[in-house]
Design a binder for this molecule. Sequence first.
Ligand SMILES: Cc1cc2nc3c(=O)[nH]c(=O)nc-3n(C[C@H](O)[C@H](O)[C@H](O)COP(=O)(O)O)c2cc1C
Length: 157
Amino acid sequence: MRKTHVNASLYRLIYCSRNVIGRVMPGATVDDELRTILAVARRRNKSDGITGALLFTASGFAQVLEGPRETVEVTFERITADPRHAGVTVLSFTPTERRSFPDWSMAFTAQAAKGKPDPLEHLLADATFAGPRATTGSDVLRLLEKVVQREDAWIAA
Ligand SMILES: Cc1cc2nc3c(=O)[nH]c(=O)nc-3n(C[C@H](O)[C@H](O)[C@H](O)COP(=O)(O)O)c2cc1C
């Protein structure tokens, strides 16, 4: 008989939020803040066994965090308390068999910076809309997988 092995401790959390860096930190450049966020995130995620991806656009952030359940929870609590974003909305938090971004302590892409349509605009608008168009975690996961895999995605070193 074939058994399906589910790694009980591996979880994936997906959320989106609005970027308020310009409002709460006048004088700070968004670019500098993003670099700081990314450097801290990568250092801590690496030692915590967390992988994932972060998309930044003119509208806000969408992030996937995957790792041991408790570690993901603790990390997300810290992220939620961060004043650089607002309206943090959890789209899904579920067990998973495999990581979607196994090679990234935090992949990063800033699609809107390249003059393309902002993919987060409608996702953020629909995230709090409990109707048939409501944004789901799979929408965000698909989007991030697509952008991170695309050759022209900007993934800072
Ligand atoms: C959009 C966004 C994403 C973030 N992602 C992470 C992350 O993946 N891992 C992490 O440790 N911190 C992340 N941070 C930074 C945390 O909010 C926090 O500043 C950092 O973990 C240091 O926390 P501490 O000052 O309480 O030690 C993120 C912040 C923002 C605004």
